[in-house]
Design a protein around this ligand. Structure first.
Ligand code: COA
Length: 257
């Protein structure tokens, strides 16, 4: 078996990556992060896969955070390396992926677990999930982009309230503040994620990639999102998908991308 801490399965054109450390509430240790990097790299280089669902094993936790035991004796240098490597190899890789990643939050999404969900493009949750960034209760702050992505998703005031108190919020509250997009019963969560991926997968893959790039650009300090949008918009005009999409509309048929 290629992975010790992940289950990876392909359904039609979607890949499901399940973090499989249920006894530790799917906490992310370094081995699991390395495996996630490998699994994500695999799906990104596989043209047959149009989107990814990330979830956790069992019904208690999506991911209950970075594995606390794993970094308990780290110094500042090691901590910096941990955050840099994790951000580059997993969290930013997902955030900037040219195909959609959906977090199917099946339970606790805490610390690095919520950061993983926030790196995804879309978040769906079960009603019993609890979400939070509890790092300050450990004498830490989030290190996988949480201070940035939570602020972008819910605004500075709500982000600071969650980060400074370290308190968990309910899935219902997360829905209310836009931290998750939709709530689904546990038995329907993956089906809904696959349904969304099927819709996105029926669209032009090059246009989907261009849209993610343009949306993300507006959140980067050194990029002008409007300029990126214009460049991405105009480059669509040179694609076979554009010709097919427009021809199909004019011929009153479904496009075949
Ligand atoms: N890192 C390492 N181990 C973790 C973990 C984490 N982030 N979260 C849970 N675990 C482990 C527990 O140590 C326990 O292991 P053990 O059975 O070998 O002792 C197991 O997972 C079950 O967790 P437990 O705490 O017994 O479950 P609970 O139902 O009482 O509480 C939580 C659930 C999520 C509230 C609690 O586990 C928790 O607070 N986890 C840490 C969350 C956190 O601070 N995350 C941010 C890390 S930076």
């Amino acid at each position: 078996m290629k992975f010790q801490h992940l289950l990876v399965a392909q359904y039609a054109q979607a890949c499901h990556i399940t973090i499989n450390r249920e006894a530790k509430l799917n906490a992310l240790d370094r081995e699991t992060l390395a495996e996630l990097h490998e699994a994500i790299s695999d799906v990104l280089s596989d043209d047959g896969i149009k989107g990814v669902v990330i979830t956790g094993a069992g019904n208690k936790a999506f991911v209950a955070g970075a594995d606390i035991a794993d970094f308990a004796d780290f110094d500042a240098h090691q901590a910096y390396e941990l955050a840099s490597t994790g951000q580059a190899q997993v969290f930013d890789l997902i955030h900037h992926a040219p195909k959609p990643f959906i977090a199917a939050i099946n339970g606790f999404a805490l610390g690095g677990g919520l950061e993983l969900a926030m790196a995804c493009h879309i978040r769906l949750s079960v009603p019993h999930a609890r979400l939070g960034l509890p790092e300050v209760s450990l004498g830490l702050i989030p290190g996988y982009g949480g201070t940035q992505r939570l602020t972008q998703l819910v605004g500075r005031g709500r982000a600071l309230q969650m980060i400074l108190t370290g308190e968990m919020i309910s899935a219902e509250q997360a829905l209310h503040i836009g931290l998750v997009n939709e709530l689904w019963a546990p038995g329907e969560l993956l089906e809904r994620a696959d349904g969304l991926l099927a819709v996105i997968g029926s669209r032009s893959a090059s246009a989907v990639a261009a849209a993610i790039k343009a949306v993300n650009a507006g959140l980067l300090p050194n990029e002008n999102g409007y300029e990126t949008e214009k460049a991405a918009f105009s480059s669509c005009f040179g694609t076979a998908d554009f010709k097919e999409g427009v021809s199909a509309f004019l011929e009153k048929r479904k496009p075949r991308f």
